[in-house]
Every structure is written in C-alpha cells, then in structure tokens.
Design a protein around this ligand. Structure first.
Ligand SMILES: C[S@@+](CC[C@H](N)C(=O)[O-])C[C@H]1O[C@@H](n2cnc3c(N)ncnc32)[C@H](O)[C@@H]1O
Length: 252
C-alpha cells in the first residue's frame, strides 16, 4: 500500500488541488468545515487529519487557526503536505503512520477527521476504533467518503464516464484511474470498503462508541466542483459517485 500511494502521490495531488482551485470552492469548504467544528467551541482545537495525503483537510484546518496533525502511510504524501504548509506559512505537524494503529495516546484530540481514506483501508472497523480511542471525551469524529465503484450507476452515467475517459485518453494519452499500468484496481481485493456507503460507516462508528450521528449534505461542494473541473474530468467523475460526510461525538 505504501509503495502504491508513494507512486501516485504527485498525480493524486494534482487531482486533489482541483477541488480547491476556485475562490468559490475554497469559500464553500471553509464554511462547511467551520460549520462542522462549531459544536466544539470557539477556541483552538487539536485536530488529527488521518490519511491526510497532500494535506487537503489539514491545511484548511490550520488556516482556520487550529493546531493540526496530519498523518499518512506514504512518506511522499507527507513530503508534499509539508511543502504545502511551508509555502503557506502554516503551522502543521505531518508524520508517517498507520491509520489502523495510531502513534498517539488515548484522548489526544478534540477532532479526528478524514477524507477519502476509509475506502483505502483493509480493516475499516479497526481504524474507526483507533480514531475513537485517540479522541477526547466529547470529541468529534468526521468522516468524508464516497461510493467510488460504478455498481449503482445508470446507463446514462456509465456512458458519461466512458465519454470522459475517452476524452482524457485522446487529449492526454492516459487512462484515468489506471495511471501507467498500475491503478486502484490492483488494490481492490484487499479493500472490503471500496464502495463506501454512509449507512455502513454509521454502523461502524456506532459500534465504536460514537453517538449523535448525522449525515451532512455535500451537494453544494459537488456543484462548485462541476463549475470548475475540466470537461473530461467532469464527464467521468462528477455526480457519478454518491459522496457524504458523517459525523458524531465520543460520549463524555
Ligand atoms: C484517496 S487519498 C486521500 C487523501 C486526502 N485525505 C484527501 O482528501 O485528498 C488516501 C490517502 O490515504 C493514505 N493511506 C492509505 N492507507 C493508509 C493507512 N493505513 N494509514 C494512513 N494513511 C493511509 C494514502 O497514502 C493517501 O494519501
């Protein structure tokens, strides 16, 4: 896994940056994240971004003035996130580690967050128990993910994806999601959760001791992406995979 994510780190970063390329996307993310943290009070929060990648969430939380730690399996991702924090003069700590066995004592963080991580993990239930372990009582767990498989798509959506992939192939010579012969498919046999559904995530969070669970709408974020993504990417990706944010609290 580490080698795979190291290998795709730069290409992934380019794609990840597309979600924050316009002022509107940046503003909507800031508003969404502020709303999600509102319940935790006004002060500086200790936040862990697990599977931080190029620091998508970590850098935004740091920009909001919080004390942020970003953890990732891939040293290349950690290097990129560290570079980005330095460029923006943001004070974040980035370190290598495993989301399923965190190198932190119990009750270390006010908030544990992650985006697009759960589907990559061989043991999602174990990971969620770890995230709850390092949360302080009253702390908040935020999970953002999506059903990245194509299993529930209509013929029309499948046709759009095909057109998007064809356009990318014709203009860039690469097949999206496959890179240069390696791809996410290589890992899928190890990943029970490659199509993450909010109901299954909520069940695992509940089993790990998270309460007051709520699913949040992300349509406003997707709509802003649709306005800014290049055509090929929009055709093959936007609105074809159900995405969600679920959050809840560790009981006090
Ligand atoms: C799809 S990327 C998401 C990155 C980032 N959170 C974002 O929103 O763009 C998944 C990330 O999870 C990391 N990852 C995969 N397995 C992990 C594990 N067991 N522990 C920590 N990080 C892991 C990968 O290296 C990669 O950076």
């Amino acid at each position: 896994m580490t080698a795979d994510w190291n290998w795709r780190s730069r290409e992934y970063t380019g794609r990840s940056d597309m979600y924050l390329q316009t002022e509107k996307q940046q503003r909507l993310w800031q508003e969404t994240l502020s709303g999600l943290l509102e319940s935790q009070g006004q002060g500086t929060l200790d936040i862990l971004d697990v599977g931080t990648g190029p620091g998508f969430l970590a850098l935004q939380f740091a920009q909001m003035g919080h004390q942020v730690t970003g953890l990732d399996l891939s040293p290349n991702m950690i290097e990129i996130a560290t570079e980005k924090a330095a460029e923006r003069q943001l004070n974040c700590t980035f370190l290598q580690g495993d989301a399923e066995a965190l190198p932190f004592p119990d009750a270390s963080f006010d908030v544990v967050a992650n985006r697009h991580l759960l589907w990559t993990l061989p043991n999602p239930g174990r990971a969620i128990r770890e995230w709850v372990r390092v949360l302080k009582p009253g702390g908040k767990l935020l999970i953002m993910d999506g059903d990245w498989t194509n299993r529930n798509l209509s013929q029309k959506q499948k046709m759009r994806i095909f057109m998007g992939h064809t356009l990318t192939f014709l203009t860039k010579g690469t097949i999206p999601w496959k890179g240069k012969g390696r791809g996410y498919d290589d890992m899928s046999h190890m990943l029970p959760f490659s199509g993450v559904e909010p109901g299954k995530v909520i069940a695992l969070m509940e089993a790990a001791g998270i309460e007051e669970l709520k699913e949040y709408d992300v349509q406003h974020l997707l709509a802003a992406d649709a306005e800014s993504f290049p055509l090929a990417y929009r055709l093959s990706f936007i609105d074809s995979h159900r995405r969600f944010i679920v959050a809840g609290y560790k009981h006090s």
